[in-house]
Each structure stands twice: as structure tokens, then as C-alpha cells.
Design a protein around this ligand. Structure first.
Ligand code: F2R
Ligand code: MG
Ligand code: MG
Length: 305
């Protein structure tokens, strides 16, 4: 099935809305207090965080290079880094090293020897599905390669695969059971598999889980194994509910609210299209919609739609 342009806008705007509207609820007391100071543009609009910044960087890189160029992507991530976007601590250090001239292959393993397993590669992975909306094998390959630039740990890479495959399934209007089954088939890490299999059982069972159960069983943290299955479950279990209900549910799950909302919001937006999203103004809303349409045109011209 050919995704509509509206699905592209829905996906990228769903990610940014989830991020900007979830950010005030991320983390503990200190993080929330900091975001009260940083979380608005000079015009008073909700600001988005590292999740949307890295997604836009990846989109711009894919558009400029017409393919994934990890060296160009690393330079772009490093140039965009701003402390005030709330980057994860390891990623902040990694991007500063790249900015100082270190090769990303070295920098990505300088802070943690196996690389980061944070959810930072997963939160931008919906963009890979917009670049590659129907070819699953290519999607998985490009997703892994873009993840390794900042998140070389196998769990960080696999979190990205999970979110990219779920987004592609949503773009293709697959039923939730088929989306989660395709996600499952593309994972190898036992920690990831266990959580996706539990989410699949919940979805097949039909009954909605309470937020407190989702938090306890699937996680709500900044590590990929603690938030990617959570986001996929929340997106798929909200396919017959509103985007606002989805955001409310993520807030009740607590923890990494901006990132879980961004990942779930992108999957939900890919399925429902931009018209189903709230009209809430956020930072650079029109630029985000324009970027989504450029990704659509590029994918169409490359014959990938
Ligand atoms: N962290 C935040 N927001 C809080 C504000 C931070 C503040 N500005 C500050 O600087 O203190 N949000 C963002 O972080 C989440 C994850 O993003 P990302 O890019 O994956 O971060 P990072 O730093 O790579 O990983 C997160 C932490 O996980 C631990 N970790 C990762 N790999 C590890 C390994 N191999 N061994 C041990 N620990 C590992 C580290 O503690 C990392 O710092 C997102 O929510 C994003 O919104
Ligand atoms: Mg963030
Ligand atoms: Mg976050």
C-alpha cells in the first residue's frame, strides 16, 4: 500500500508534538523545573527537545545526500547540538567530541566501550521509515547504520529497529497484530524480545493495560530496552483512540515522557495522518510539515513509495 502525503506529515508532526508536549513532564522534579525555564520559544510556543532536533537532522541529511551518509550525519548532529535541548548526557559528550574533530567511529565508543544503549537512536528512527516506507530489509539496514553513529550498543541499535519497523507498519496501515509481529521478527536481543512478546500478548488479549502495569512491565526509562516496547505498545493500543488520549496515557506512565510520546506519536501519526493530530501550535510547526513533504517527494521519486 502507498502511504499518503498526510501520513508523512502525521508521522513527523506526531513525533514533534509528542516531544514538545511531553517534555514538561519528563524526568523528576529537577528536570521539570529546568524545562519550565527552557521550554518555550521567545513567542511563547512549546519548544521541542533533542528528539525532534535529531530527527530533523536525520531528515535533512537524507534529503541532502539522497541516501544515508554516516559521516555527513555525524557532522550535522554535532553542529546542531545545543545544551538547552536536553540531550542525554553521553550523547552530549559524544557530539562535543565530534565537533572538536574526533571521528564518530571513535567517539561513539569513547564514553561507553560498547556504545550507548540510550533511546536516542530510536527516537529519530521514524524518519528512516519515511525515507524507506515499503522495503523492510533496506529499512532495517539503514536504521542500524544511522543508529551506530551515536548509539553503537546492540540494544541502542535494536531499539531503533523496533521503532522504525513499527512506523513502517503504521504507514502501511498494517493491523496492530501484524505490526508487532513484524517488529518481533526483526529483533534478536533477548531483553528486547521479552518486552515485545509481552506487548504482543497484551495486544492479542484485547484488554487495555493500566499505566502502572505498563511502567512496571515494559519500562519508562531513557535506556532503549526500557522505553521502545513501551512506545510501540502505547501507539498500537491507541490506534482506536485519540492522540490526546495517547499523550495522557504516556504522562501517567511517567519517566521519559518526551521520548516515549515522540516515538508513540510518530507511529500513531503515521497511521492516522496529520488531520487527526491536534492543531496545537509548537515551535517550527510549518517547517516540520514542509520537511515531511520533502521526504515524501524524495521517496516517491526514488520509487520507494
Ligand atoms: N536525558 C534527557 N533529559 C534530561 C536532561 C539532561 C540534561 N540536559 C543534562 O545534560 O543532564 N533526555 C534525553 O536523554 C534520553 C536518552 O537520550 P540518549 O541520546 O540515548 O542519551 P545517552 O546519554 O546516550 O544515554 C542515556 C543514558 O543511559 C546510560 N547509558 C547509555 N549507554 C550506556 C552504557 N553502555 N553503559 C552504561 N550506561 C549507559 C547513561 O547514563 C546515559 O547518559 C532521551 O530521553 C532524551 O530525551
Ligand atoms: Mg528529549
Ligand atoms: Mg527524553
Amino acid at each position: 500500500m502507498i502511504p499518503e502525503p498526510s501520513a508523512y506529515s502525521g508521522c513527523l508532526l506526531g513525533l514533534a508534538l509528542g516531544d514538545a508536549l511531553g517534555a514538561p513532564f519528563e524526568g523528576g522534579v529537577l528536570e521539570r523545573a529546568l524545562w519550565r525555564l527552557l521550554g518555550s520559544t521567545p513567542q511563547g510556543l512549546p519548544r521541542w527537545t533533542d528528539d525532534t532536533r535529531m530527527s530533523l537532522d536525520l531528515a535533512e541529511s537524507l534529503l541532502a545526500c539522497r541516501a544515508l551518509d554516516p559521516d555527513e550525519l555525524a557532522r550535522r548532529f554535532a553542529a546542531s547540538y545545543r545544551w538547552s535541548r536536553g540531550y542525554g548526557p553521553s550523547t552530549a559528550r559524544l557530539l562535543q567530541r565530534i565537533r572538536q574533530g574526533e571521528d564518530w567511529r571513535i567517539a561513539a565508543k569513547a564514553i561507553h566501550p560498547q556504545g550507548s544503549y540510550g533511546n536516542g537512536a530510536a527516537m529519530r528512527a521514524p524518519v528512516v521509515a519515511l525515507h524507506c516506507p515499503s522495503d523492510l530489509a533496506t529499512l532495517v539496514h539503514i536504521t542500524r547504520e544511522q543508529a551506530r553513529v551515536t548509539h553503537a550498543h546492540p540494544l541502542g541499535v535494536e531499539g531503533a529497529v523496533m521503532i522504525a519497523v513499527a512506523t513502517q507498519g503504521a504507514l502501511q496501515h498494517l493491523p496492530p497484530a501484524d505490526v508487532i509481529s513484524t517488529v518481533r521478527q526483526n529483533l534478536q536481543e533477548p531483553k528486547m524480545l521479552a518486552r515485545v512478546e509481552l506487548a504482543a500478548r497484551w495486544l492479542m488479549g484485547g484488554a487495555s493495560q493500566q499505566a502502572v502495569i505498563v511502567r512496571r512491565e515494559l519500562g519508562n526509562g531513557i535506556a532503549a530496552p526500557d522505553s521502545c516496547a513501551t512506545a510501540v505498545y502505547i501507539a498500537l493500543s491507541h490506534f482506536d483512540r485519540s492522540f490526546e488520549d495517547l499523550l495522557t496515557f504516556v504522562r501517567a506512565v511517567r519517566g521519559d515522557v518526551d521520548t516515549i510520546s515522540a516515538m508513540a506519536g510518530a507511529i500513531w501519526g503515521a497511521r492516522h495522518g496529520v488531520c487527526a493530530l491536534p492543531v496545537t501550535p509548537i515551535e517550527a510547526r510549518d517547517d516540520i510539515l514542509a520537511m515531511a513533504q520533502r521526504l515524501y517527494v524524495q521517496a516517491q521519486h526514488k520509487g520507494k513509495v
